[in-house]
Each structure stands twice: as C-alpha cells, then as structure tokens.
Design a protein around this ligand. Structure first.
Ligand SMILES: Cc1cc2nc3c(=O)[nH]c(=O)nc-3n(C[C@H](O)[C@H](O)[C@H](O)COP(=O)(O)OP(=O)(O)OC[C@H]3O[C@@H](n4cnc5c(N)ncnc54)[C@H](O)[C@@H]3O)c2cc1C
Length: 496
C-alpha cells in the first residue's frame, strides 16, 4: 500500500499531509476520516454555561460550531481554549475526580472526509515507542485515551488495569496501534518515512515553480503539469513534502504535493546537550534507551565504576530507578537545590507517585559529604558538569565553584529534548512566537491561531501537539479538533 500510494502521481495535490504519527496525528486522522462529533441528545454537561451553549445548536456538529464561542470562559490545566473545550466534552468532570461519560456521540459521515496521509518514521504511536514499556505515565491512564475508544475499556478487555490510576507506556503504544486498526485509519498511515524537507511553492507561469523563502538557494523545480494547472486554477497554497522511505528493498527518496501540511512531529527527537568539552566521547549518551541497552549487553554492573546521570527531571529519575533496580552504582548530578520548588518532585503528590518520591528522598539523603542509607547512589545537588575526559573521568563544579573529579563508566545526560525541525527552512524558527529563537514546546512554541491552529506566519501550514505548546496527550486532541474544523471549512468552500 505504501508504495502504490507514493508511486501514484496524483492529478491533484493531496488536501492534507500530516507529518508525525503520534497521538496528535492519529487523533487528527480520525476526525479527517469523516468521524464527526455531535452532542448526545440525553447528555447534560456539568458546566451549566457550556450546557446552555451546547443546547443552542443541538443538530450542528461541534466541528461546524463556533469554537471560540463554545470555549469562552473555560478554565483548566491548559492555556489553549479549544484544548479545554474538547477535553471537557470528552471527560466532563475529570478534574473534579469524576468519571462522567463523554457528552459526545460520533457519527461516521464519509462525505465529510478530507483525503489525507499521515507520515511517520516508525509505527503509529509517536514518542511512546521510545519510552521503556514498563514505565508508568505521569498522567492518569484515562487521560491517554483518544476519542470514542475509552482507554480503560480497552485495558479491561486485555484483562489489565491501572496502577495508582496510571498506565504503562507499553500498554499505551499498543492501544494507539489498536485505535488506528479499529477506526480503519490504516489506509492513511505511511510508516518508515522520514520527512527531510517541506517547501512552500510559488508557481511561475510557463517556467515551473520555485520554493519560497527556503533560504537554501534552491533552483526552480519541475511541477507536474497536471498539478501546475490545478494550482493556477485554485490559486491556493501548495507545499512539496520530500523525504526518504525505507522498506525491505532499501531506502529511496519520495515527494508528495499537498495543499495543507500539519506539523505533528513532537519534541522528543533531539535530546538536549550540556555543551561541555568531551560530551561527544563514545561513553557519553543522551537517551534512557542507551542505558537500557548498556545494561542488557552487560557493559556495566555492580563492580564497574559508577555511571553518571545528569538531570533532575522525570527521565533522569526513571534512569535512576532503572539503574537501582539493576544494582548499577550511580552518581547523580543536577543544578538545582533539592528543595527548589521548581523541581518536578516537589510538585507531585507523594501517594500517587511513590517511585519518584523515593528518588527525591535519595537525592536529599545521599548527598556527599554525608552518605545516607542508599548504597550505590551518590547525589551531587547544585553541581555543573565542566567536562568529560577520554579516560572516562568527569569534572564537576559545585555551587561555590570548587572542582572535583569522579571516575565513571558511562554518562547519561538526560536534561530534556528539543523538536527537530530541520525539515523546515531556518529550522522552523520563522514560525515561532519569537522568530529569533529555536522552537521549544515550553518557551517558544510555533505561533498558531488559537481556534484553527494554522500557523500565523504561513497559511496552509498547521502545527499541533507539543510543537504548538500542548504538552499532554489529553490536550493535543483540542488541536486536532481545531485543525479538522478549519480544514473541513476549507474543503466545503472548494468541494472536489
Ligand atoms: C518520558 C515521557 C513521558 C511522558 N509522559 C506523559 C504523560 O504521562 N502524560 C501525557 O499526557 N504525556 C506524556 N508525555 C508527553 C507525550 O508523549 C506527548 O504529549 C505526546 O506524545 C505528543 O504527541 P505528538 O503526536 O504530538 O508527538 P509525538 O508523540 O512525539 O510523535 C511525533 C512522531 O513524529 C515522528 N517524527 C518526527 N520527525 C519526523 C520526520 N521528520 N519525519 C517523519 N516522522 C517524524 C516522531 O518520530 C514521532 O514518532 C511524555 C513524554 C515522554 C518523553
């Protein structure tokens, strides 16, 4: 299927190409496949203002209503009004500990479907493929579900349950693949594709087309005549999406033309680096999976020099728990004070997250010079890594600028990650809220319209998920609602 789709040269560009096949891409594909949400007749939303608004147009699908009006005044754990709206329709009283059913009912209306493809490097599921399968979610398991297939129902069919209301990454990735199959979305998904370039094209009469503002000095490219005619007729936007497709037969280039492109590539592809000398040495790694592989291949053990874990976020904590479980000695260095209120451990309730509470306790009790009860673990709060040396030493500086050196067997720098937008001109910086800085989900997301998620600086381009500042699965779904609503309105203006 993959090859026939790519080899077939269409007479028209595709209306939509979605890059990234994580929960964002899956949810959007579900909506664009003609699955349309309406309010259930007998439902009563616990928010009386929203209930009153929903009663005004009971026959009109949510996708066709005014999302700005419906979401006005909603409050919650996201700053996106549409994310709050969709979450509140799907999980009406979840923030108050309730389990009320969704007020939505889903109708399959194939005539509303917008043709699209979802391109991804791996199987559908996104970042969840690279998270160790036994790790528990930070969020409640129920919040990891996608529309119309409650995660809890799928889990109970598998005869499994939540632990402390949390789910494992392994179950989540299986659920996303089940969802794609169950909702008959597979035909839209092309896996094993790495997108390397997205260009907006401007057609120059008689001469072909040129990539706009690509900044790469690219020469005009040849646009198939049928597409050129279509483009001039429609006078719309046109993008060329290029990349590499890998199959059993090898790796080949591909290109697809699209009227709209959705960026849903998440923010977990480029781990952050410290930027210190020696960080490129082969014993210094930047992913948790490298630790898992090293333990599996017995590269280190109880008798080795300790491993170094740098960072005080949840991935660093997961690495400490994993190493502790495998009896691997650990030195743990991080910049903050253990009681810093900004430290994630100081924000998590102890009863729900006992394992992270344990790591926090170790960080507090096991600091040099007074080692505490935990063998094989040493905490270095308020320490910076200065450099790594070829003979596997790490030099640190403490808060007073005093330097010390430790022998280590391997190092794991787990200090966060950044999106990899190398497939966009200028690494996507021109699309960001602050165009002078790299895109970052927390500090500098892509600048999008809050009710359509279309990029403010590039019409026809949309961004969703962490790229647009929605960092939790529960809230990426609002972006899908906004984009599907916008694209369906565009499709209604230009019927096929
Ligand atoms: C360790 C960890 C724990 C987390 N815990 C939680 C939690 O408890 N609750 C929660 O709600 N969220 C959690 N998250 C965040 C959650 O993973 C994201 O919110 C969610 O996955 C975002 O979905 P997405 O589809 O936008 O992006 P992703 O899931 O990141 O998917 C994007 C996909 O696009 C692919 N891609 C990237 N570039 C290209 C390219 N050039 N060509 C083709 N494909 C490309 C990527 O490989 C990836 O498969 C966690 C994340 C991590 C890393």
């Amino acid at each position: 299927m993959l090859h026939t789709q790519l080899e077939h040269r269409p007479a028209k560009p595709l209306p939509v190409v979605i890059i990234g096949n994580g929960p964002s891409g899956i949810c959007l594909s579900y909506l664009l496949s003609g699955n349309v949400p309406y309010v259930r007749r007998d439902s009563v939303h616990p928010n009386p203002i929203l209930q009153r608004k929903l009663e005004e147009l009971p026959e009109v699908s949510i996708l066709d209503q005014d999302l700005e009006y419906l979401s006005e005044g909603l409050e919650g754990r996201s700053s996106s009004p549409v994310a709050l709206l969709f979450d509140s329709l799907l999980r009406p009283d979840t923030d108050f500990g309730g389990t009320a059913e969704s007020v939505l009912t889903w109708w399959h209306q194939p005539e509303r479907a917008v043709p699209h493809l979802v391109l991804g490097k791996t199987l559908p599921g996104g970042a969840w493929h690279s998270i160790e399968g036994s790790m528990f979610t930070l969020s409640q398991g129920e919040w990891m579900g996608l529309p119309d297939v409650p995660f809890k129902d799928w889990l109970s069919k598998k005869k499994r349950g939540f632990r402390n209301n949390r789910a494992t990454a392994g179950d989540i990735v299986q659920y996303y693949q089940y969802y794609v199959a169950k909702k008959e979305l597979r035909k839209n998904f092309l896996c094993g594709l790495l997108v390397t370039c997205v260009k907006k094209l401007s057609v120059e009469p008689g001469s072909g087309c040129r990539a706009q503002d690509s900044g790469d000095g690219s020469s005009p490219c040849t646009l198939p005549e049928t597409l050129q005619a279509h483009h001039q007729e429609e006078n719309g936007t046109l993008f060329k999406v290029e990349g590499l497709v890998t199959t059993v037969g090898g790796t080949q280039p591909f290109s697809i033309y699209a009227e709209n492109v959705v960026l849903a590539t998440g923010t977990y592809d480029s781990p952050s680096w410290l930027g210190v000398p020696g960080e490129h040495l082969p014993f210094v790694h930047h992913t948790l999976s490298a630790l898992e592989e090293a333990v599996k291949s017995k590269e280190m053990g109880m008798m080795s020099d300790p491993i170094l874990i740098v960072g005080a976020g949840l991935t660093a904590a997961d690495a400490i728990l994993f190493a502790h479980h495998c009896n691997v000695p650990v030195i743990h260095a991080f910049r903050r004070r253990v009681n810093d209120p900004g430290l994630i451990f100081n924000q998590l309730p102890k009863t729900m997250y006992p394992e992270y509470h344990k790591v926090h306790q170790m960080m507090k009790e096991q600091a040099i010079p007074c080692p505490g009860p935990y063998e094989c673990y040493t905490s270095l709060p308020e320490h910076h890594v200065v450099s790594f040396t070829e003979d596997r030493k790490c030099i640190f500086s403490d808060k007073n600028g005093h330097r010390k050196m430790h022998n280590i067997s391997m190092a794991f720098v787990l200090i966060g990650s950044n999106p990899n937008l190398s497939y966009l001109p200028n690494n996507g910086m021109d699309l960001a809220v602050d165009g002078g800085q790299l895109v970052s989900s927390k500090r500098n997301p892509i600048d999008t319209d809050p009710f359509t998620y279309e990029c403010v600086h590039e019409k026809g381009l949309y961004a969703m998920g962490p790229l647009a500042g929605d960092n939790f699965v529960r809230f990426v779904q609002g972006g899908a609602l906004a984009i599907a609503s916008s694209l369906m309105k565009k499709a209604d203006k230009h019927p096929p």
